[in-house]
Design a protein around this ligand. Structure first.
Ligand code: PEP
Ligand code: MG
Length: 755
């Protein structure tokens, strides 16, 4: 008999039992009879987890008096091992196994062979199913397969009947007990919460099929849909979908068209499972096999298959939402392979405490958004999914680049202390709110914030910044399901200006494209961009899509009626682009004048300097602009030819490299005496050591993430500009091995904390 046929015969009978009106215990009693008979096994037993112990719940062949009496700890005896490791055992001589634990009350001494499988519910072992036989023989693969399939059905029965308390269930060795995950600090901070997967696991309600053919069709349709999705992802990847990298997509494709995978799912359906259960069954089998193989490369690929399997499950079950759609109920540490900025913004900011990513890099927009939200992020956390499960408690220490999964009491106490210290530090920084940042030598440094969300407005007065040095208008586009109409834009800009009062707000026109893709603007022109960061984005797209730019220009001009307006254009690569963008505003201004509308009382235009070529045309640009803001996120990716979103390059180049600092210093020198205001608005300005270097090469205005305002003001007050300028000049003319190390030592020697 084939595995499928064997399982199917059992499943048909089990189905009747499950549909019967018997009480749960009665059903289990029947189940052991059916399995024992079908596999021609003298013994069949079910152990379920109760109060942290495996308890014999039903048996055919062992002493009935042992039912609800025999209890095994996790890891004790063969059943304990199966539950602990979530593994299958198949032994010709049970007593020969080192973990065999003899229980006289069961009368099992007559039986030699033993095969057992875990009963898994929501990735946790909730019990075991085993068969025993007097003959010392190993069970055949078909029999083991049948047992495994039956165990799946049992998990449904057990869950529905509430036969095990979930709290006490275990997940096997790898997923119990405290573990530490290491990664790359993307946004500093500490946080605690419950692990929540961005793509939640699908919960399977029905395991046994009513109509096998219908289930098969459902899987076929789901496969088709999944392949379409992958093709779409591959074609969109050029426009930057937020991290689906080529190699992953290639692996996805490979699996999506893999006949073996489809065939195994088909066989599982043949055995009587529903489409969902069949997909899960195959995945379980792969997972079990993976535990036996110790190859990190293969493990990576298996994660891809797991992703895809989940995708297939979501399609087939119609459970399509992310954790954001379902809403966060408790303080949460979000777990994802990677996220787009828009996806992160969908989460409730009050509940989202931290993010753990398997990928990610420092200047990816999702990280910028997280930083703006004040949410710590740990990236490049390898092997995350092998260690964390939904609902686990996590203490994230992004300062140290680690996350504690299921922390022990000692770690929890340590964190409680650190939380208290952080609160204290924040309180100290908060005291700087109304303190103007003067250096020790008496120079006033402008500390502004980067913003983009409506909620950010509050930060302005909360942290005591000098204004908004970069308002990323595209965030409104990113969080919106459709293109924000002009009226909505006007409303937001008005609110921002109102909240800012007398403080300046520099509105940057939309910078869409790159990793900031919006679904409703799938510009045909962007298709085929092999390198979206250098492609059809920001002003390039804006100047082409005039309607978009005109609407935004009008919205800004109207919102600033009777007030000063600062407008900044992103990704200006040549001075004429600045002229062309300004022309769009000028035209709108003429129109508004014609309508006798109240106009802004002053308009100042500026450019972002984030494309290196513009630095070489500084003399041409300066007469045109009132201010320049250096965007070091993009600038450094272009200088080093290193994609800012590429996780493999995240740690490779340092902002404190002579190349970057010399380049930046030339910009400062080129601007001196021009009357054009110069600032920096990349992420680097918000880090204390980097800010120190920037002060040392002549920057006097930093626009940074709101949470950094306190720490940077504090830094400014400790700096003597002549001293740091001299040090930087020396280091840049003859660079040390590590400027970072030198600068850190220099700062520490002067009592300046750089962390
Ligand atoms: C930059 O590139 O440094 C910048 C501030 O803009 P964004 O990060 O939005 O591209
Ligand atoms: Mg930029």
């Amino acid at each position: 008999m084939t595995a499928a046929a064997a399982a199917r015969t059992i499943l048909t009978r089990l189905h009747e039992v499950m549909a019967s009106r018997l009480h749960p215990q009665g059903k289990l009693d029947q189940v052991v009879q059916i399995i024992g008979e079908s596999l021609d096994s003298e013994v069949c037993s079910i152990y379920l987890l109760r109060e942290g112990m495996l308890e014999l719940f039903a048996t055919r062949g062992l002493e009935q008096s042992a039912v609800h009496v025999t209890r095994l700890a996790i890891g004790e005896g063969l059943n304990g091992i199966i539950a602990e490791h979530i593994e299958t055992l198949n032994l010709a001589e049970a007593a020969a196994h080192p973990d065999f634990a003899y229980r006289p009350e069961t009368g099992e001494e007559k039986f030699h062979s033993f095969a057992g499988v875990p009963i898994v519910y929501r990735e946790r072992a909730v019990g075991t199913l085993c068969v025993q036989h007097a003959d010392p023989r190993r069970y055949e693969d078909v029999e083991i397969e049948a047992l495994q399939t039956v165990a799946m059905v049992l998990s449904e029965l057990i869950a529905h009947a509430g036969l095990v308390d979930e709290e006490s269930s275990t997940l096997g060795e790898a997923l119990t007990g405290p573990q530490v995950v290491t990664g790359l600090t993307l946004v500093k901070g500490i946080a605690g919460g419950i692990a929540t997967f961005h793509q939640p696991r699908v919960h399977i309600d029905h395991v046994v099929a009513e109509d096998t053919e219908a289930e098969r069709q459902r899987v076929y349709r789901a496969f088709d849909k999944m392949r379409d999705q992958i093709e779409a992802m591959a074609s969109q990847a050029e426009f930057g979908t937020g991290g689906e990298h080529d190699d992953i997509l290639e692996t996805y494709k490979m699996f999506a068209y893999d006949e073996g995978w489809g065939r195994r799912i088909n066989e599982a359906i043949d055995s009587g499972l529903t489409a969902e259960a069949a997909i899960e069954r195959v995945q379980q089998r792969t997972r079990m096999r993976m535990r036996e193989i110790d190859d990190p490369l293969l493990a990576d690929r298996m994660h891809d298959l797991e992703d895809l399997s989940n995708r297939l499950l979501r399609i087939v079950s119609g459970q399509l939402g992310t954790a954001a759609t379902q809403g966060l109920k408790r303080d949460t540490i979000l777990i994802a392979r990677n996220l787009g900025p828009a996806e992160l913004l969908e989460y409730d900011r009050r509940r989202l405490k931290g993010v753990l990513l398997e990928e990610g890099s420092l200047t990816a927009h999702v990280v910028i958004v997280a930083r703006a939200m004040g949410v710590p992020v740990l990236g490049r956390a390898q092997g995350l999914r092998g260690v964390v499960r939904e609902g686990d408690e996590i203490l994230l220490d992004a300062d140290k680049g680690i996350a504690h999964v299921r922390p022990n009491q000692q770690t929890q106490d340590l964190f409680a202390e650190r939380f208290a210290q952080t609160r204290q530090k924040q309180a100290a920084y908060a005291e700087l709110r109304d303190v103007e940042p003067f250096t020790r030598c008496g120079t006033r440094i402008q500390v502004m914030i980067n913003a983009g969300l409506r909620d950010d407005i509050a930060a302005l007065s909360l942290v005591g910044a000098d204004g908004i040095g970069l308002f990323r208008t595209e965030f409104q586009f990113l969080v919106s399901a459709t293109l924000p109409q002009r009226e909505r834009q006007t409303r937001l800009y008005k609110d921002v200006l109102e909240a800012a009062g007398d403080k300046p707000v520099i509105f940057r026109t939309v910078d869409i494209g790159g990793d900031k893709a919006v679904p409703y603007l799938d510009s045909e022109s962007a298709d085929g961009d092999e390198n979206p960061a250098m492609g059809w984005r920001a002003l390039r797209l804006g100047l082409e899509r005039e309607g978009l730019m005109k609407a935004q220009a009008r919205a800004l001009l109207e919102a600033a009626a009777g007030k000063p307006l600062y407008v900044m254009f992103p990704m200006v690569s040549e001075p004429w682009e600045f002229d062309a963008a300004k022309e769009v505003f000028d035209q709108q201004l003429v129109w508004l004048k014609g309508q006798k509308k109240l106009l802004p009382d002053q308009i100042r235009y500026g450019a972002m300097l984030e494309v290196p070529a513009l630095a070489e045309a500084l003399d041409l640009l300066l007469p045109r602009v009132s201010f320049i803001s250096v965007g070091t996120n993009d600038l450094t990716q272009f200088l080093f030819a290193a994609d800012r979103a590429n996780p493999k390059l995240a740690e490779r180049y340092d902002w404190l490299s002579p190349a970057i600092l010399r380049f930046l210093r030339r910009i400062v020198q080129g601007t001196v005496g021009s009357g054009v205001e110069l600032g920096i608005c990349g992420e680097m300005g918000g880090r204390r050591l980097e800010a120190l270097a920037l002060l040392g090469i002549g920057f006097r205005r930093l626009s940074i993430t709101p949470v950094a305002v306190g720490p940077i003001k504090d830094l400014v007050r400790k700096v003597d500009l002549a001293e740091i300028t001299a040090a930087m000049t020396a280091w840049l003319s003859s660079p040390p091995l590590s400027l970072r190390d030198e600068l850190s030592a220099w700062a520490e020697a002067r009592g300046i904390e750089v962390d």
